[in-house]
Design a protein around this ligand. Structure first.
Ligand SMILES: *Cc1c(COP(=O)(O)O)cnc(C)c1O
Length: 472
């Protein structure tokens, strides 16, 4: 592609992008294609000769777009959001144009220093103590893996990395029954083993029960196990339950255990002073992750990982082959030593763009509005006798089900599953589900960048009508 052509298509695509953003609500939210449908439309062999870019745009419109689920639609209420925003998209364009690979300071000093600074901004915005240092990772899964491996190394005097085993006994990790599956994955990969992940029961509000945690740890120590890490969650994936950081932290301190906090979604709410209570006990936290790529309007991927002791993290991950030796080592941050990958994108640029374009107050008012919409939705649900709320509403997630009188639990589960699929197949809204205490639960997240109370009101009317037409 010649420079003139690039310019022409780039302008065309910007029009395409702006049009998409304006009309995203017109698409079916959840893609309606069947398995294999898109695959069969793509040629079996690559072209031998160059094709014009127009052909690609044509195919994009004709058979790729129907296979897209529209995460940026304000009628997307499923999972957790993967919000984008115009300032973040513009920064992504710059990031891919520069194409800098930011593994060490020398490979782009601006990337390393901007990352260092925006992570300080972010740390202060969410109220973590000034002793924390941050690094951008691709996902919360990677951040939590880094935390568990660091905890493993701290507990074994940094010997596991060398010998591939723990000399003093079997290591154990603790989290609640509601903790995200990325922790299961991390204990598998870290060599600690899934059998040594202890799932602690939760209380009525689905938060980790610290009394049960203490019992489990004391019991394990009696049997010779070595507790190395506890994962507490601020905003669990199922219901956004908030684990009690302070009580958990006191137990960790008492037994010398690393406390990692997973706030992948909930962390964004910490920019609001009225939600700082969720960090009560922050003096006990060793590492903390939250994803601006979920609820803070920053394009996927951008996960903010903070540690109290960067030395332990670096000692766990550093490598120094000859070809990466530099004259600046020790004076600057070489982020390749702060996690798993060597190569790194210039992700700080989009975070910088988002924070500057919204301003802290702009971000706060958007997030506050999302939380208000969730509590309004809760009111709407509470007013209907044939619906019930199934978990406390703390942030922007509402868990509920349709429960007309005189129907047994098994059938209620079937009705709600049908309701979920019927709504999603309609293409008008997209919800996801979880199971709480054996109950099939609909889960509606009101945190999409452009969602308004009006979208949620309309969605609610659709849910009620659909539920009652499915009947009991
Ligand atoms: C989404 C989520 C994760 C995983 O996030 P990735 O960035 O996709 O790895 C982990 N923990 C919680 C609580 C989450 O909500």
């Amino acid at each position: 592609m010649k420079p003139d052509e690039f310019r022409k298509y780039a302008h065309e695509l910007v029009e395409w992008m702006a049009g998409y953003m304006e009309h995203v609500e017109d698409y079916p939210v959840k893609s309606q294609v069947r398995p294999g449908e898109i695959f069969s439309k793509i040629p079996d062999h690559p072209p031998l000769n160059p094709e014009p870019f127009d052909a690609l745009i044509r195919d994009l419109d004709s058979f790729i777009m129907p296979g897209i689920t529209h995460w940026q639609s304000p009628n997307f209420f499923a999972y957790f959001p993967a919000n984008v925003s115009p300032p973040s998209i513009l920064a992504e364009m710059l990031i891919s144009t520069l194409g800098a690979q930011c593994m060490i300071w020398e490979t782009s000093p601006a990337a390393a220093e901007l990352e260092e600074k925006v992570m300080i901004w972010l740390r202060d915005m969410i109220g973590l103590p000034g002793s924390f240092e941050g690094v951008i990772q691709d996902t919360a899964s990677t951040s939590t893996l880094a935390a568990i491996i660091t905890a493993r190394e701290k507990a074994t005097g940094f010997s596991f990395n060398e010998t591939g085993k723990s000399d003093s006994g079997t290591l154990r990790v603790y989290c609640s029954e509601q903790t995200h599956s990325s922790v299961d994955k991390a204990v598998k990969i870290s060599g600690i083993g899934r059998k040594n992940l202890v799932k602690i029961p939760v209380r009525d509000d689905f938060s980790l029960d610290p009394v049960k945690l203490r019992e489990a740890i004391i019991n394990d120590k009696k049997q010779g196990y070595i507790p190395v890490c506890v994962i507490a969650t601020i905003g669990t994936t199922g219901t956004t339950a908030i684990d009690p950081i302070k009580s958990i932290g006191e137990i960790c301190r008492e037994h010398g255990i690393h406390l990692h906090v997973d706030a992948a979604m909930g962390g964004t709410a910490l920019i609001l002073p009225e939600f700082q209570w969720m960090l009560d006990g922050k003096e006990y936290i060793d590492s903390f992750v939250f994803n601006p790529h979920k609820w803070m309007f920053t394009n996927f991927d951008c996960s903010a990982y903070f540690v109290r002791d960067a030395g332990s993290l670096i000692r766990t991950f550093e490598i120094l082959p000859e070809y990466l030796k530099t004259r600046t080592r020790g004076k600057v941050n070489d982020y390749r030593d702060w996690g798993v990958p060597l190569g790194r994108r210039f992700r700080a640029l989009k975070l910088w763009s988002v924070i500057r374009s919204y301003g802290v107050e702009g971000l706060q008012s958007r997030v506050r509005e999302h939380i208000r919409i969730a509590s309004e939705l809760k009111q709407m649900i509470t007013q209907e006798n044939d619906f019930e709320i199934l978990a406390p509403v703390f942030l922007s997630v509402v868990c509920f089900r349709y429960c007309p009188a005189g129907i047994d639990e098994e059938q209620l589960n079937r009705i709600n599953e049908t309701l979920n699929h019927t709504l999603n197949d309609s293409g008008r809204i997209y919800l996801s589900h979880t199971v709480l205490g054996g109950k099939y639960t609909l889960r509606m997240v009101t945190a999409q960048t452009n969602v308004t109370l009006e979208h949620v009101r309309k969605a609610w009317v659709l849910i009620v009508e659909t539920a009652r037409s499915i009947g009991g």
